[in-house]
Each structure stands twice: as structure tokens, then as C-alpha cells.
Design a protein around this ligand. Structure first.
Ligand code: FES
Ligand SMILES: [Fe+2]
Length: 352
């Protein structure tokens, strides 16, 4: 089940240039992601309501004053125009003198967007023809990042979003999937106890000193602490702090469709030394992401033959919470009531 009516990371700001559009599947919906000349990002359903041509193959044009003005997307097939903000038809050029059509009934569909910290978030409305921005915004980081993204890596996993999310939050795979001198070795496994607490639409592994067995944390120097927050639909913030400053990692998992999932890893920081180390950090981040991707791709082979999976205490508790959070999300939307966070305040123990 792909969650709808929730915010997903759609793209990086820098990927969507003024006056341009790109086509992308997000939660199974074709989306024309674009930016007006004036700089506003937008997302229209990428299917013309006339005869289904992708609007992203058209162009962004200002509409005439009589059509209400403002930026529109012009379909490449017959030139119908749709407002970039609301997806409502503004012009049908083939109409002759005296011919009328109720243009405001013709809707391409649009998705609300919010642009923040170099990222375009899209609200995957279940009914894009009448989508309105919800009362809640995209997940807020626990600490505001300083400046824009400093390091970005991205990979497409050939799996359903659930396997990508569970794989990324799974604490027990580190010593196997990420076994390497700068992260974990066979001999570095030891028992851990971590405190967890509920957070809005998610939970946090509360602030703690990270494992001493990680060279990558030692690189930072000082006495770093880290807090890891998970938010629906698949957003993870890792806030690492030491005396010198803050590193914020944002891992965003966006389902393209049921079987393909985009994972974007972004780091923000205000520690000058890290910018110097970027050429060293980038291949490490890429290696990490590729290791996760390779494992879930491999897992797909097994999943062709078996759909039942086991979740054990405590190492898989977070995966269980994720499933419960998703169910609660769907239930509270359906019943039109407050979200009741199913995650308890607790301590989990495992070896990794
Ligand atoms: S298909 Fe878009 S205007 Fe005809
Ligand atoms: Fe991993």
C-alpha cells in the first residue's frame, strides 16, 4: 500500500530550473514537476485531460489577461493551457468565435508543493483534481539546517517502499551489509541499548553518544551525539552534534511506483572542515547507499517465492512500529480523527 495524502520528497530544488519541467512518477502518479519563470515550483498531474498527452512535454507560458493571467502549462498536443498552481484549464485555443466551454470544469490535477532547505516536497493528494494544501506541512527537522544541501547521493531501489524503509531503519544489518573498516567490522559487534520515544507521525532514537565502533563518527572529532528521527511516510533525520557544530542527515524514501523506490540522502552542515573532506565523504555515502540497495535488490529474489516475513524483538521493533504507524495513518484519515501514535516510550536492546 502506497500512502497518499502525505508529503514526499519530489526533487532537489536545483533539479527544477525556472521555465522548465521534468516528468517523474511519485507514489504511482505521473507528475510534471516544474518551476515558473518567477521561481515558483509546481507539480501538475502529467496527463492532459483532453487526450492524455504528457503536459511535461509542453511549455510554460504566461496566460493572457482575459484568461486570468499567471503562469500556465501549455499542452504540446492541442495547446490547452492549465494554471501551474491549480491545474485548472485557462485556454482552449481551438474554440471559434461564440463557442464556449466551461473551462473551470476541466482540470489536469495538481499537487501542493513546499520548497524548503533546497528540497521540493510534494503532497501526494489522493484526488489531485481537487487537491488543497493540508493543515500539516512536510516533516520538520529537529534542528534547522544551516544553508543548503552540502552533499547529496541518490539511488533507486528495485523494491516496494516498505522494504527500503525497513532496510534503512534496521539496526541489525550494519555488521553484515556495511562491514568495512571505516564503519563496522566482524569484531566490533557488541550489545547496545537505545532509548526511543514517539515523535509527530513517527519516533526517535533519542540523543545519545554514537557507537564508539564507528570510524565515520570519529572523523568528526569532539564528543559527538546523535539523534535519529523517523517520520512517515519514509523520512529519517539524523542530527549529529559536537562542540564545532551540527550535521543534519536527511534520508528521504519516495516510492516511484509499487516496485521502485527512490532514496535520497542529503547532508547539511555548518562545520567548515566537512566541506574540505567532502571528496572523501562522498564515496563513503555512495558506498553505504549502494550496499543497502544491493541487499534489498537481492532480497527481491527471495520475495518472489515467499511473502511472509518475520519481525523479532527488539531488533525489528522499529519495523513493527513503521507498519503500525502506516496503519494508523490510513485509519485516522479514513475516520477523520486525531492521529494516535502507537509507538511507546521504551528502550530497545540488540547486538550490532
Ligand atoms: S491532449 Fe492536451 S490539448 Fe489535446
Ligand atoms: Fe544500511
Amino acid at each position: 500500500m502506497l500512502l497518499k495524502d502525505i508529503w514526499y520528497v519530489a526533487a532537489l530544488s536545483r533539479e527544477v530550473r525556472p521555465g522548465r519541467m521534468t516528468r517523474k512518477l511519485i507514489a504511482g502518479e505521473p507528475v510534471a514537476l516544474g518551476r515558473t519563470q518567477g521561481g515558483n515550483a509546481f507539480a501538475l498531474r502529467d496527463v492532459c485531460p483532453h487526450r492524455a498527452a504528457p503536459l511535461s512535454a509542453g511549455r510554460i507560458v504566461e496566460s493572457d489577461a482575459e484568461a486570468g493571467g499567471g503562469p500556465t502549462v501549455e499542452c504540446p498536443y492541442h495547446g490547452w493551457r492549465f494554471g501551474t498552481g491549480d491545474g485548472i484549464c485557462r485556454a482552449v485555443p481551438s474554440l471559434a468565435e461564440g463557442q464556449t466551454l466551461k473551462l473551470d470544469r476541466i482540470r489536469a490535477g495538481s499537487f501542493p508543493v513546499v520548497e524548503r532547505d533546497g528540497v521540493i516536497w510534494m503532497f501526494a493528494a489522493s484526488n489531485p483534481r481537487f487537491a488543497e494544501a493540508p493543515e500539516f506541512g512536510p516533516p520538520e527537522p529537529p534542528r534547522q539546517p544551516a544553508g543548503g544541501p552540502r552533499l547529496v547521493e541518490r539511488a533507486v531501489f528495485d523494491c516496494n517502499i516498505d522494504h527500503a524503509v525497513v532496510g534503512l531503519m534496521d539496526p541489525a544489518h550494519g555488521p553484515y551489509v556495511h562491514r568495512q573498516w571505516w564503519w563496522r567490522t566482524e569484531h566490533s559487534m557488541h550489545e547496545k541499548a537505545k532509548a526511543f520515544a514517539p515523535r509527530p507521525y513517527g519516533f526517535a532514537m533519542v540523543e545519545h553518544a554514537p557507537s564508539s565502533n564507528s570510524f565515520a563518527y570519529r572523523l568528526l572529532g569532539g564528543k559527538p551525539t546523535t539523534e535519529i528521527d523517523f517520520r512517515l511516510p519514509g523520512v529519517r533525520f539524523e542530527t549529529i552534534r559536537n562542540a564545532k557544530g551540527i550535521v543534519l542527515g536527511l534520508t528521504a524514501v519516495t516510492p516511484l511506483d509499487e516496485d521502485r523506490t527512490e532514496v535520497t540522502q542529503i547532508f547539511y552542515w555548518d562545520i567548515g572542515m566537512l566541506s574540505v573532506l567532502r571528496p572523501i565523504l562522498r564515496p563513503l555515502v555512495r558506498a553505504f547507499l549502494n550496499q543497502d540497495r544491493a541487499m534489498v535488490d537481492l532480497q527481491q529474489e527471495g520475495l518472489k517465492h515467499e511473502s511472509r516475513l518475520m519481525l523479532i524483538d527488539d531488533a525489528d521493533a522499529q519495523a513493527k512500529w513503521y507498519a503500525q504507524l502506516k496503519r494508523e495513518w490510513a485509519a485516522h484519515r479514513e475516520e477523520g480523527r486525531e492521529f494516535r501514535n502507537p509507538v511507546p516510550e521504551t528502550t530497545l536492546r540488540w547486538r550490532s
